[in-house]
Design a binder for this molecule. Structure first.
Ligand SMILES: [Zn+2]
Length: 158
């Protein structure tokens, strides 16, 4: 092979602030990255897949779930990750888009994705109980947090 570019990458291993399960839709990368930085998530392990947390909540294939779990487990093993941030976003092609999937209704979409994030968080916590889970819906105006703590879950079910 031929060297085409020079730069110095850090050689030290790092402690990962959070593994981030997000969609590769690039429109939302900057906004979410800025928010995560604000809450101290700077060294992240980005796990970018179409649909983001959909693979945990309502995967097209059951194997998708195991694939994502394995990525998270590797992040934990290699980089000491203790937090996982789940992300869904508006107008996501994996859900048919805002127009195709939700008839352009932003409220229906947001509420659907809130439920999806709760499903994804519940599945993840059951599979990897030690990890702390954060959940975000990102739309064209900003980042919305869904409370997926156990306290929130028990107030829904009880
Ligand atoms: Zn998407």
């Amino acid at each position: 092979m031929t060297k085409v570019f020079h730069f110095d990458a850090p050689r030290e291993k790092y402690q990962c602030d959070a593994a981030v399960i997000w969609c590769f839709d690039n429109r939302f990368q900057l906004g979410l990255t800025r928010y995560l930085k604000r809450i101290g998530i700077i060294n992240s392990d980005p796990i970018k897949i179409a649909g983001g947390a959909k693979s945990l909540a309502s995967p097209e294939h059951e194997a998708d779930r195991e694939f994502v779990l394995e990525q998270i487990r590797k992040s934990i093993r290699l980089h000491g990750t203790t937090r996982v941030a789940l992300m869904l976003h508006s107008d996501c092609g994996a859900y048919g888009g805002l127009a195709g999937g939700f008839n352009g209704d932003v409220r229906t979409e947001a509420s659907h994705h809130e439920d999806e994030l709760r499903r994804a968080a519940a599945f993840l916590k059951e599979a990897i109980p030690d990890v702390r889970v954060l959940a975000y819906f990102v739309d064209f105006d900003g980042v919305w947090e869904v409370d997926v703590t156990d306290r929130a879950a028990s107030s829904v079910t009880g």
